[in-house]
Design a protein around this ligand. Structure first.
Ligand SMILES: Cc1cc2nc3c(=O)[nH]c(=O)nc-3n(C[C@H](O)[C@H](O)[C@H](O)COP(=O)(O)OP(=O)(O)OC[C@H]3O[C@@H](n4cnc5c(N)ncnc54)[C@H](O)[C@@H]3O)c2cc1C
Length: 302
């Protein structure tokens, strides 16, 4: 194996929630070839990007972990941007701006990687990853082969792509953007940043973005606010006072604290509106029996 790894790595250092236990081995591939070699040889590894949409278990993870942060190369050719899976999206947004290319203005506001953004079909401010997506290469963990997928094959939907159905690992992507005057792009990016200022906690208060997905034709934040969850606390985790669909880690919160709080939020909306919210944040790693039950309720909509 040509890729170095770190043993007993504390995953909380890498997550925007600052929650997460130990991984026995964490690999940091620096080339796509190294990533593919790891995917060929490791048994069922867990691939993570910037860990901004995950709740990592405080008990840690059993599998080997691959973090994509060093797969950060990209290229701009005319209006096509090609990026490896570990490129940070705010950086890509700035790069597109500097080349007078429109389509990534929404990416300025959230701390994801290209891999996580494609998996989740990240979106905001009326733009989404699927708008500019052209093609990508994935590693199929079943056949151990590299596939090229076009936009139709990606089955993009709200916070959904085929990568959530199949065991595919995103290697790199090509996006097609639209030429536009730089001043117009800069103005939209600034507007997007201003919009977030009081509607989203900064990462000084560790968080993982929106906790629940919006139900059809409604807003999870609105329902949660009306249900009265703002300020509720469970251990070191608290529903942010500025917006009811965010949980902030105020004091050494654990994955159990967050899971309990999410369950309370889920039940309060269910009782008031008979609407069952669906978690947007993904639980990663070893679940205690209690966490198993809490997540079973939310994921199976009980
Ligand atoms: C303050 C804040 C604001 C946010 N605002 C928004 C927003 O406006 N809109 C929005 O859509 N999201 C938002 N998010 C959520 C998050 O930033 C995005 O979903 C982001 O795209 C996730 O990227 P990531 O690299 O952090 O993914 P991770 O959290 O690392 O991973 C998410 C999932 O993708 C998988 N994954 C990651 N990389 C790969 C890969 N290469 N191949 C296969 N699977 C992979 C992981 O296994 C995991 O299941 C916000 C988060 C925060 C903290």
């Amino acid at each position: 194996m040509t890729c170095n790894y770190i043993e007993n790595y504390e995953l909380k250092n890498h997550t925007t929630f600052k929650i997460g236990g130990l991984a026995q081995r964490v690999f940091f591939p620096e080339t796509i070839e190294q990533l593919c070699e790891l995917l060929q040889t490791l048994h069922n590894p867990l691939v993570l990007g910037n860990c901004s949409n995950v709740l990592v278990s405080s008990k840690g993870v059993e599998q080997d972990v691959i973090l994509t942060s060093k797969l950060n190369k990209f290229e701009v050719a005319n209006n096509i941007i090609s990026a490896q899976c570990g490129v940070k999206v705010p950086m890509l947004s700035k790069e597109a701006e500097s080349h007078s290319l429109s389509g990534f203005e929404f990416m300025i506001g959230f701390p994801g990687s290209v891999g996580g953004a494609v998996v989740m079909n990240a979106s905001a401010h009326s733009q989404s990853v699927s708008d500019t997506f052209k093609t990508c290469r994935v590693f199929d963990m079943e056949t151990k082969k590299i596939l090229e997928l076009n936009k139709d094959e990606m089955k993009f939907g709200y916070r959904h792509s085929i990568l959530q159905e199949k065991n595919y690992i995103l290697l790199d992507v090509k996006f097609e953007l639209r030429p536009l005057a730089k001043e117009e792009i800069t103005a939209v990016m600034q507007r997007n940043l201003d919009f977030r200022k009081d509607r989203q906690p900064s990462l000084v208060l560790p968080n993982a973005g929106s906790i629940f997905k919006n139900p059809p034709n409604d807003s999870a934040g609105r329902l949660l606010e009306k249900a009265g969850v703002k300020g509720l606390k469970e251990g070191g985790a608290q529903v942010w006072l500025g917006h009811a669909n965010f949980i902030v880690n105020v004091e050494n919160a654990t994955s159990k604290d967050v899971s309990l709080l999410m369950n309370k939020m889920y039940n309060m909306v269910k009782e008031k509106y008979t609407i069952k919210l669906v978690p947007e944040v993904k639980f990663i790693g070893i679940k205690s029996k209690e966490e198993e039950d809490l997540w079973d309720t939310m994921l199976n909509q009980k």
